[in-house]
Structure formats: structure tokens, C-alpha cells
Design a protein around this ligand. Structure first.
Ligand code: B12
Length: 208
């Protein structure tokens, strides 16, 4: 099993989209737990490419192709993560303004769907007013905000304040690599989770 997980990580880092998808399917067929594929192969690969980028050893084009390979692998995982019960509640999910990172949000969506939530994904680079509009339109049980940059995470308290002006009882969950429990608390969020699996657990907990 270690070989195939390593091969998946390598395919992502090298941006091999088709190979990533094929290997993820092969691992699933071989009985490897989808959560293990995500946590032990796919996520570490994204961290690896991120660290190389920080050290100046990888550049934006490499980040983009790795992200595309990651997304392709996620397509193969989706049916397995999304199977299960339905009707737990509605979540509106988006990445804040100025931030185009989508992978983490998409994974949170898949895990929430897998846990039985209906998810309206309003995309990336979502303006604060658009969050308020989407809240008004869908009246979700939970609003989820994602931010991957230390600059854009500053939008989180702004969105929370604007949405609470619309509905003081709105339940809001936040996450993304730079976001911490402490930041979430300071921003007035109801919930924080460090990864997609915990996000689904937290959402269930928030709705009792
Ligand atoms: C892929 C990537 C990109 C891709 C994104 C493609 C895409 N479609 O998403 C591209 C190339 C576009 C990109 C661009 C940039 N990036 Co970038 N990127 C990354 C990288 C390598 C991986 C991110 C990722 O997908 N991780 C994998 C997923 C699974 O993890 P995740 O996103 O953290 O999500 C999990 C949790 O955080 C949580 N979660 C996420 N959202 C939510 C929401 C809720 C409600 C909850 C509960 C939980 C939750 O659950 C998720 C799943 O488990 C990271 C490095 C890293 N280590 O994070 C840098 C990184 C985030 N990027 C960085 C930077 C600087 C940039 C750029 C500014 C680069 C530039 N000079 O142009 C631009 C900014 C573009 C913009 N305006 O948004 C920095 C951010 C530094 C900082 N702290 O601000 C990082 C950390 C790289 C680095 N080490 O310097 N990037």
C-alpha cells in the first residue's frame, strides 16, 4: 500500500493529472480507505509543493499543475466520499474575496456531502456582499468560509459581521490553512475545523 500512496503523491507533485486519477482509482479498487489516500498521499503532496514554493524551488506553474492533478484525483475520490445519508441540513460554502484557492473548500464540500449535508458552493473570490446575498437567498443552516492567505483571512470577521447584521443567529464555520481556533473565536465564528473530515464532524455538532 505504501508504494501506491507514494506514487499518488509523486504524480501530484509532478502535475500528472491522468496518472493521479488512474492511481487513485487503482488504490480504491485495491481496497485502500479514501481517507487514507487523502491524508497520507494527496494532502502531504500539496504541502510538499507548497514548501518547495516557499523555498523558491517551485514556481506558480508547478503549483497550478499540481493543483490540477490534485483536483483530478479528488474527482476519483468523490463518489466514495459522497456516499451516505442525506438531509442533515444545508451549507453555503465559499472562499473569501481576493482568494482563489479552491481545493480545500472543494474537499470540505465533498466531506460535508458525504456526511449527508446539501452544499451550495458559491465559489472562490466571493465578495462579502455576495455572501450576504447567498445567505439571504438560501437561508442555510450553516455558512462556511474558507481562506488560504493570511491577507484574505482578514475578510472572515468582515463577512461574519455582515451576515450577522442580516441574521443575528446565523451559524458560521471557518477554515483554511492560516486559520486557527483562536482566530475563529476572535472573529466570532461558531465553529472551526483544521481539515475536511473535522469540518463534517463540526457541522453535525453545530446542528446538534
Ligand atoms: C495549490 C496552491 C495554489 C494554487 C491554487 C489552485 C486552486 N485551484 O486551489 C494557485 C497556484 C492558484 C495558488 C496561488 C497563490 N498562492 Co497558493 N498555495 C497552494 C498550496 C500549494 C496548496 C493549497 C491546497 O490546496 N492545499 C490542500 C488543501 C487540501 O488544504 P487546505 O486548502 O488547507 O484545506 C484544508 C483545511 O484548511 C480545511 N479548510 C479549508 N477551507 C475550509 C473551510 C471551512 C469552513 C472549514 C471548516 C475547513 C476548511 O479543510 C481543507 C481540507 O482538509 C499552498 C501551500 C499549503 N501548504 O497550503 C499555497 C499557499 C496557500 N499559497 C500561497 C501564496 C502566497 C499564493 C499566491 C499569493 C502566490 C503568488 N505570488 O501569486 C497566489 C494567491 C492567489 C489568490 N489570490 O488566491 C501561500 C500563502 C501564504 C500565506 N500564509 O498567506 C501558501 C501557503 C504557499 C507558501 N508556502 O507560501 N496557490
Amino acid at each position: 500500500m505504501r508504494e501506491i500512496l507514494e506514487a499518488i503523491g509523486k504524480a501530484i507533485v509532478e502535475g500528472e493529472e491522468e496518472e493521479t486519477r488512474r492511481l487513485v482509482e487503482e488504490a480504491l479498487q485495491g481496497g485502500v480507505d479514501p481517507r487514507k489516500i487523502l491524508e497520507d498521499a494527496m494532502m502531504p503532496a500539496m504541502e510538499d509543493i507548497g514548501e518547495r514554493f516557499s523555498r523558491g524551488e517551485a514556481f506558480i506553474p508547478e503549483l497550478i499543475v499540481a493543483a490540477e492533478a490534485m483536483q483530478r484525483g479528488m474527482e476519483a475520490l468523490k463518489p466514495r466520499l459522497a456516499e451516505g445519508e442525506r438531509g442533515r441540513g444545508l451549507v453555503v460554502l465559499g472562499t473569501v474575496q481576493g482568494d482563489i484557492h479552491s481545493i480545500g473548500k472543494n474537499l470540505v464540500r465533498m466531506c460535508l456531502e458525504g456526511a449527508g449535508f446539501e452544499v451550495v458552493d458559491i465559489g472562490e473570490d466571493v465578495k462579502t456582499e455576495r455572501f450576504v446575498e447567498a445567505y439571504r437567498e438560501h437561508r442555510p443552516d450553516i455558512l462556511g468560509l474558507s481562506a488560504l492567505l493570511s491577507s484574505t483571512m482578514q475578510r472572515i470577521p468582515e463577512v461574519i459581521e455582515a451576515v450577522r447584521a442580516e441574521d443575528s443567529g446565523a451559524l458560521i464555520m471557518v477554515g483554511g490553512a492560516p486559520v486557527t481556533q483562536e482566530f475563529a473565536d476572535r472573529s466570532g465564528a461558531d465553529g472551526y475545523a483544521p481539515n475536511a473530515f473535522e469540518a463534517a464532524r463540526k457541522a453535525k455538532e453545530l446542528l446538534g
